[in-house]
Design a protein around this ligand. Structure first.
Ligand SMILES: Cc1cc2nc3c(=O)[nH]c(=O)nc-3n(C[C@H](O)[C@H](O)[C@H](O)COP(=O)(O)OP(=O)(O)OC[C@H]3O[C@@H](n4cnc5c(N)ncnc54)[C@H](O)[C@@H]3O)c2cc1C
Ligand SMILES: *[C@@H]1O[C@H](CO)[C@@H](O)[C@H](O)[C@H]1NC(C)=O
Ligand SMILES: *[C@@H]1O[C@H](CO)[C@@H](O)[C@H](O)[C@H]1NC(C)=O
Ligand SMILES: *[C@@H]1O[C@H](CO)[C@@H](O)[C@H](O)[C@H]1NC(C)=O
Ligand SMILES: *[C@@H]1O[C@H](CO)[C@@H](O)[C@H](O)[C@H]1NC(C)=O
Length: 491
């Protein structure tokens, strides 16, 4: 009898301990925007006492990076954000950074031989709207995108109330029900044809916009497509001084312990009924390890990815992470554009700062932009078309010399960054989980349905809330259905 009582007391005591004591140590793998934002949200929730180690094998910022040309820095990865990016706006404010508005410039769409669409005003939307030859298509596209964004924005309210989701499907269902889930399985073209957008508009305009943002065509999944098309509403912005400043700023603010090392594996250890994770990492050619209560993987996982992390001791073992990534090369060319290539023999008369392209078979680039440095002074003006400028060329493969020679009359320098940029939408059927194990989380799960800086921030907050709600066993705050109604009655 006495023994049973003692056992009971121990059980109650350990349950109480697990409910009330905060975790000791948390590991975040990856210091891109996802990992940096996760460190920040985890600290907000668990308090300043918990130690947060952030592992980074490359450079802080990840796919947010800059290249220096002529003593000025230019964005070489994630470049701009739309006006729906609420977490990013908060971070910029919190860190005392400034938003940098895009300097006005006209766009055109190149069909492989000539320009098939030219903008006569600086902001894509206004003028696309009045192009009579596309009729009502533009308006229908706009309504479709707005409807998707309006629903997606519900996630901010759910997160503000502390709700989290253990899988991507649960998250999508809670904001957009079956419509959103179906949009991850159907193509952009299919969904747009259904709402009355014409095939010609899809082939000429939608394809060009999707190539510029994802390097993919209108056969890509509709959800990712709609999220990226939200940018055509205009009002794009970036961070003054470089987008990557948000990552370093958040890590500094949380006083996270940044460890420059490559994580090779995460192994499970069970001690007294609670999971403990051993993170192995390679630093200066030596292997080290450390133990954590919570681990967040903040980098994409797929077979052949360069994150190359294995998971040991999990029963049953994790299924293989299927899917593939789109490789994209950013080339920053300092030189003189060959405007003849686009049908403008006189360079002075070439009015465009941005050229999108259709998927005509001979086209080797996705988009070409005359870009501004990350620091722009009040006196900044765009270069005249006949002057040397910095052009950013996005292409699926590195540009070969003859290709550069056809796009540019001459150039001073070419610098490149090669990215595994974003998932190939359609390469993965099932939607992945955020929760891989009790306290082991996969932030980039959400990227498999849409990829952007803001999406990574949304996933970071979800994962932080999920870790917190699980740690304190607040199960009412996980995977709740009908949140729209619940939140109304909570207020
Ligand atoms: C060319 C290009 C243009 C883009 N344009 C835009 C845009 O205009 N707007 C927009 O919103 N988005 C854009 N994106 C997408 C956006 O950049 C990404 O969605 C976002 O930056 C992803 O952030 P992340 O933190 O989730 O991943 P990442 O930035 O990839 O961060 C993952 C980090 O983990 C590290 N890591 C990986 N494996 C390990 C390991 N084993 N151990 C330790 N560290 C590891 C990596 O080095 C990396 O730093 C663009 C992307 C590219 C490539
Ligand atoms: C989504 O797809 C399922 C199965 O294909 C179908 O039954 C359902 O009606 C679709 N829902 C919507 C809103 O399109
Ligand atoms: C660029 O902007 C950042 C952030 O505002 C600032 O810290 C940096 O000093 C600026 N650099 C230059 C060269 O103006
Ligand atoms: C992945 O890591 C293992 C050891 O951790 C190594 O043997 C292998 O070569 C790596 N693979 C890639 C593609 O980097
Ligand atoms: C520029 O483009 C034109 C038309 O495609 C091409 O004939 C020419 O060789 C290109 N290069 C230069 C340096 O003009």
């Amino acid at each position: 009898m006495a023994g049973a009582a003692v056992l009971l007391i121990t059980l109650v005591a350990s349950a109480a301990a697990s409910r009330d004591t905060p975790p000791r140590k948390i590991a975040v793998v990856g210091a891109g925007i996802g990992g940096s934002a996760a460190a920040h949200f985890l600290q907000q929730l668990f308090g300043p006492r918990v130690q947060i180690d952030v592992y980074e094998k490359g450079t802080v910022g990840g796919r947010l990076a800059t290249i220096t040309v002529n003593k000025q820095q230019y964005e070489s990865g994630g470049a701009s954000f739309n006006s729906f990016s609420l977490h990013m706006q908060d971070f910029v404010k919190l860190l005392g950074l400034k938003q940098r508005r895009e300097v006005a410039g006209k766009s055109a769409i190149f069909g492989g031989e000539q320009l098939i669409l030219e903008e006569t005003d600086w902001y894509l939307l206004n003028l696309f709207r009045v192009w009579w030859h596309y009729g009502i298509s533009f308006l229908r596209l706009q309504m479709w995108v707005e409807e998707v964004m309006e629903k997606f924005m519900r996630i901010y309210k759910y997160q503000a109330h502390g709700y989290a989701f253990s899988g991507v499907e649960e998250l999508l269902y809670s904001v957009g029900e079956y419509t959103f889930i179906n949009m991850t399985q159907r193509s952009v073209a299919e969904c747009l044809l259904e709402v009355g957008v014409t095939q010609r508009f899809i082939d000429e305009v939608i394809t060009a916009l999707l190539r510029a943002s994802y390097g993919q065509s209108a056969t890509m999944a509709a959800f990712a497509g709609a999220m990226s098309l939200a940018g055509i509403q205009g009002n794009l912005w970036a961070v003054e001084g470089g987008n990557k400043l948000v990552c370093s700023g958040l890590l500094k603010l949380t006083k996270a312990n940044v460890i420059h090392a490559r994580v090779t594996s995460v192994a499970l250890h069970n001690t007294e009924g609670r999971a403990l994770y051993q993170v192995w990492y390679e630093k200066e050619d030596k292997m080290h390890s450390d133990f954590y209560d919570i681990v967040v993987i903040a980098t994409p996982l797929y077979v052949g990815s360069n994150s190359n992390i294995t998971f040991d001791g999990f029963q049953p073992p994790f299924e293989e992470f299927v899917g593939s990534f789109q490789s994209t090369v950013t080339s920053l060319v300092h030189g003189y554009l060959n405007s003849s290539y686009f049908g403008f023999p006189d360079p002075k008369l070439f009015p465009f700062a941005s050229i999108l392209s259709t998927d005509a078979p001979n086209l080797f680039f996705c988009a070409l932009d005359n870009i501004c440095p990350v620091n722009i002074s009040a006196t900044f003006r765009r270069k005249q078309p006949q002057e040397a400028a910095i052009w950013r060329v996005l292409s699926p493969q590195p540009l070969e010399r003859p290709q550069l020679k056809s796009l540019f009359r001459s150039y001073y320098s070419v610098q490149t960054a090669q990215w595994q940029a974003y998932p190939q939408y359609g390469s993965r059927m099932a939607t992945p989980l955020f929760a891989l194990h009790d306290q082991l989380f996969y932030l980039n799960a959400l990227e498999w349905v849409a990829s952007s800086v803001e999406i990574s921030a949304v996933a970071a907050k979800n994962v932080a809330l999920l870790a917190y709600n699980r740690w304190y066993q607040d199960l009412d705050k996980i995977d709740q259905k009908d949140l729209i109604h619940k939140i109304k009655t909570e207020l």
